[in-house]
Design a protein around this ligand. Structure first.
Ligand SMILES: Nc1ncnc2c1ncn2[C@@H]1O[C@H](COP(=O)(O)OP(=O)(O)O)[C@@H](O)[C@H]1O
Ligand SMILES: [Mg+2]
Length: 330
C-alpha cells in the first residue's frame, strides 16, 4: 500500500515528531472520524485510521473522489471537528488547541464572503479579526492584492466578480495573517483552465516563500502539477502515499524526447533498441494535453486578437475553400 517507506520509517510511533525545530508540521495518528446522527447512532465512517505526515515546506496533496474524507481531514486539522479516535498534531500541539490556528491559513471549499464589500474592505475586515494594526493591514492588503492579481478590481464589490476572482479573494483572505501552514480545500473547483493555471502558479509561489501547504482536490491534474507528495484516499481509507514523481513513474519504460530527426534516423534508433533486446512500443510525435492546447490558444489570441487558428486535420477533412485555409486568418 504505502510506498513512501522513508516517511514510515522516520516516524516513530511513540514520541511526537512534530515540534518547533521539527520538519513535521502536521501528523495524524490513527485518525478516525465517524459522523453520528441526531440520536448518536453511527452513520458514516468518513475517515478510518489515517496516518500521514506533512513536512515543512512541501505541498502535500490529499487526492480522492467526492466523499472520500478530504474535507473532514482538513476540519480535524483545524480543530473544527473532534476525532472519534486517534489524534492530529499541528506545530506540536493537539489540533483541538485552536490558538495554533493563528499560524494557519484556510481556504474552505466554499468561501462565504460578504458580497457587498470590495476586496480591500473584505481583507481589512479579516485583518482586524487577526488584530493587525491599520498600518500593517494596509501593507499586507497591498501585497496580497498584487499577489493574487486583483489590482484592477480591488475597489469593486465582490458581487460583480467572476468565480475565478472570488477564489482569488478567498486565497488572499486565507493569507492575511501571513500563515506558515496553508490548507486549501479544492482550490480550483469551478475555475476555467486559465484560472486553474493561475491558482496553481500562486500555490507554487507560496511554496517558494517557504510555506507548507496541504491541498485537497479531486482534480488529478492539480495534484500532478503542484504537489510534492500525495495521499490517495478512498472511502475514508488511505490507499497510496508517496512522491508524485515516484508514483507516476512507469518502471521499465525509457522515455526519450528528440527534435528534428529524419525517418532514417528513427529507423536506426529502432534498430539499436532491437539489437539491445528491447521492445519498441512507439516512435511517434507526442500528443499535448488538452490543457496545454487550450492555454496556448488563449495566449496566442491575447497576443493577436482576431486571428483564427484551424488545425490541419480539420481542414484536410473539410472541402478546401481557399488555399490559405490551413493558415491563420483574420
Ligand atoms: N456533517 C456531516 N454529517 C454526516 N456525514 C458527513 C458530514 N460531513 C461529511 N459527511 C460524510 O463523510 C464522508 C466524507 O465527507 P468529506 O470529508 O466531505 O469528503 P470529501 O471532502 O473528500 O468530498 C461523506 O460520506 C460525507 O457524506
Ligand atoms: Mg470536500
Amino acid at each position: 500500500m504505502a510506498t513512501d517507506q522513508t516517511a514510515l520509517a522516520d516516524a516513530p510511533a511513540a514520541s511526537p515528531t512534530v515540534g518547533p525545530g521539527s520538519d513535521v508540521i502536521i501528523e495524524t495518528r490513527n485518525l478516525t472520524k465517524i459522523y453520528r446522527d441526531f440520536w448518536g447512532r453511527r452513520k458514516v465512517a468518513a475517515l478510518k485510521s489515517l496516518d500521514i505526515e506533512v513536512r515543512r515546506g512541501e505541498i502535500f496533496g490529499l487526492l480522492g473522489p467526492n466523499g472520500s474524507g478530504k474535507s473532514t481531514t482538513i476540519k480535524l486539522i483545524l480543530g473544527l471537528l473532534f476525532p472519534t479516535s486517534g489524534r492530529v498534531l499541528v506545530f506540536d500541539q493537539d489540533a483541538t488547541e485552536t490558538r495554533k490556528n493563528e499560524r494557519i491559513g484556510y481556504l474552505p471549499e466554499e468561501s462565504y464572503l460578504y458580497k457587498f464589500l470590495t476586496t480591500d474592505e473584505t481583507l481589512d475586515f479579516y485583518g482586524r479579526l487577526f488584530d493587525l494594526s491599520a498600518e500593517e493591514r494596509k501593507r499586507r492588503i497591498d501585497e496580497l492584492v498584487n499577489m493574487v492579481g486583483l489590482q484592477g478590481a480591488r475597489h469593486r464589490q465582490l458581487r460583480e466578480y467572476s468565480k475565478g476572482m472570488t477564489r482569488r479573494v478567498g486565497l488572499a483572505q486565507a493569507l492575511i495573517n501571513n500563515p506558515d501552514l496553508i490548507l486549501l480545500d479544492e482550490p480550483t473547483t469551478g475555475l476555467d483552465p486559465i484560472g486553474t493555471r493561475d491558482m496553481k502558479d500562486l500555490i507554487l509561489s507560496l511554496r517558494e516563500q517557504g510555506k507548507t501547504i496541504l491541498l485537497c482536490s479531486h482534480q488529478l491534474s492539480d495534484v500532478q502539477d503542484v504537489c510534492d507528495r500525495v495521499a490517495i484516499l478512498h472511502q475514508g481509507e488511505l490507499k497510496e502515499l508517496g512522491r508524485v514523481s515516484d508514483l507516476l513513474k512507469v518502471q521499465d519504460v525509457t522515455e526519450v524526447h528528440a527534435r528534428g530527426l529524419s525517418d532514417a534516423a528513427k529507423q536506426e534508433i529502432a534498430e539499436v533498441i532491437r539489437r539491445h533486446g528491447g521492445t519498441l512500443e512507439s516512435i511517434d510525435n507526442p500528443t499535448a494535453t488538452m490543457e496545454d492546447l487550450f492555454l496556448n490558444i488563449v495566449r496566442e489570441s491575447e497576443r493577436r486578437p482576431g486571428a483564427r487558428r484551424v488545425s490541419q486535420a480539420d481542414t484536410a477533412a473539410a472541402p478546401a475553400t481557399s488555399s490559405s485555409a490551413n493558415e491563420e486568418r483574420k
